[in-house]
Design a protein around this ligand. Structure first.
Ligand code: FCB
Length: 452
């Protein structure tokens, strides 16, 4: 399938997962720095102290990205690197780092897709209750405006939050991610504050005159019942409510879904006058992270083996048609702005042997999901771009360094980067896309329009 000429192709990372340098040049600690110190929470007992050493290697990493022939690089700013305690004074060395990074992208012809919050909340704000405390909302808006003032004129987009569901549910309800709290009332309050801070940040950035398009990134999936039984169908509806409608409904002005509010009962969030209007601030784009479908069973967790599909190292089913299904459903139920797939990819057990990584499984995964995006586009969904998760093997949160999502292999002993076969494939695919935008001229040779 040929995608439109202006369709944006990219690769994605996040600050905590690649940068390292947790206390260099005035950076403050984030909740992930402290969470990693707890015994037993990270599969390999690791942390983000070195990660991909990107804080020092950013220039060669940008060269690497440019060499892939992508249009865009999605990255995140570490809040505690630029404003260490989450409030008070700013850290000019941290701000300079991201300014150099953005300028380095522009010099290489890469569009900077900036995310403000990819989970690394300043530790001091957590001491004050973190996302469960309303004060954090206002600190986030200040942070957004500070970044907007420094970089809003040069970045392609500004995303407020990456995956509020993950931060709220895994951070505050199941507690398997930082800050490791297990309290459903705090989780629902945190989800409300994340959404509220998103809406207020959009308003403040626009009031500031920020020219960059503004949006949010959600992790979404179609939720299917395991069987046709009334119990499983009801369970799927509830899980769809908690994962998708809880976030997408209020962003499009519909308020929180009543069935989920009823389900939460006394754990439902406290909402103040004007909150829901703020959350519904118009989106310039919506980012969707997609990895797999979700299957709901009233009897307890569904065994992924029952799907009969290939299963990734994360234990996630390879289910590309779920992406088309999800996008069509969003298009049917909501007045969508341009939509980006801001993350998609897979962890596979692909060893580096004699300098090469033959990750045919990852290449297949990416090709099938790009086809699924093409199918949605062909049916009228306003798709604007696609970004691979991830550029590099990196710190995969509670899985540590054991799971590798990169299209570029990282040797953590030497920090050597090696393009996997999937990176070579992606580069070739993008080249072919560009070539398909070549039109014949009446006088002779073909003219490349895409500026490859
Ligand atoms: C998403 C995260 C990203 C990465 C992938 C595998 O939930 O946004 O940082 O961990 O999963």
């Amino acid at each position: 399938m040929d995608f439109p000429k202006n369709f944006v192709w990219g690769v994605a990372t996040s600050a905590f997962q690649i940068e390292g340098a947790p206390e260099v040049d005035g950076k403050g600690l984030s909740i992930w720095d402290t969470f990693c110190q707890r015994a037993g929470v990270i599969a390999d007992g690791s942390n983000g102290d070195v990660a991909c050493d990107h804080y020092r290697r950013w220039e060669s990493d940008l060269d690497l990205i440019a060499s892939l022939g992508v249009d865009a690089y999605r990255f995140s700013v570490s809040w505690p690197r630029v404003r260490p305690g989450g409030s008070g004074s700013w850290n000019s060395k941290g701000l300079d780092f991201y300014e150099r990074l953005v300028d380095g992208m522009l010099q290489r012809g890469l569009k900077p897709y900036l995310t403000l919050n990819h989970w690394d909340l300043p530790e001091e704000l957590q001491a004050n209750g973190g996302w469960a405390h309303r004060d954090t909302v206002h600190r986030f808006v200040e942070y957004a405006v500070g970044i907007g003032a420094r970089m809003g004129d040069r970045v392609a987009t500004i995303t407020t939050h990456n995956e509020p569901w993950v931060m709220a549910m895994l951070g505050y309800e199941s507690g398997i991610f930082a800050p490791g709290i297990k309290d459903r009332a705090q989780a629902s309050q945190a989800s409300h504050h994340l959404l509220l801070s998103h809406g207020l940040a959009l308003q403040a950035l626009r009031a500031q005159g920020c020219r960059s398009p503004l949006g949010i990134v959600l992790n979404l999936a179609p939720v299917q019942p395991a069987t046709d039984s009334a119990e499983d169908v009801a369970q799927a509806r509830l899980e769809d409510g908690r994962l998708l409608r809880w976030y997408v409904d209020p962003l499009f002005g519909k308020g929180y879904p009543q069935d989920v509010l009823d389900h939460l009962g006394a754990d439902a969030p406290r909402i103040e006058a004007g909150d829901m209007e703020a959350i519904a601030a118009p989106l310039d784009y919506l980012g969707v992270n997609y990895y797999s479908r979700s299957v709901a069973s009233a009897a307890g967790p569904w065994d992924v083996k029952q799907g009969g599909r290939e299963i990734t190292e994360m234990g996630w089913e390879v289910y590309p048609e779920g992406l088309t299904e999800l996008l069509l459903r969003l298009h049917r139920d909501y007045p969508l702005p341009p939509v980006y797939i801001t993350e998609n990819g897979g962890a596979f057990p692909d060893p580096l042997t004699d300098g090469v990584v033959h990750d045919a499984d990852r290449t297949r995964y990416l090709a099938q999901h790009i086809d699924a995006v093409g199918a949605a586009l062909a049916q009228g969904v306003p798709m604007a771009g696609y970004m691979v998760w991830s550029l590099l093997d990196n710190f995969e949160w509670a899985s540590g360094y054991v799971k590798r999502f990169g299209i570029v292999h990282v040797d953590y002993d030497t920090q050597r980067r090696t393009l996997k076969d999937s990176a070579h494939w992606y580069r070739g695919f993008l080249k072919r896309q560009r070539a398909s935008h070549v039109v014949p001229t009446p006088t002779g040779p073909q003219t490349a329009l895409a500026g490859a």
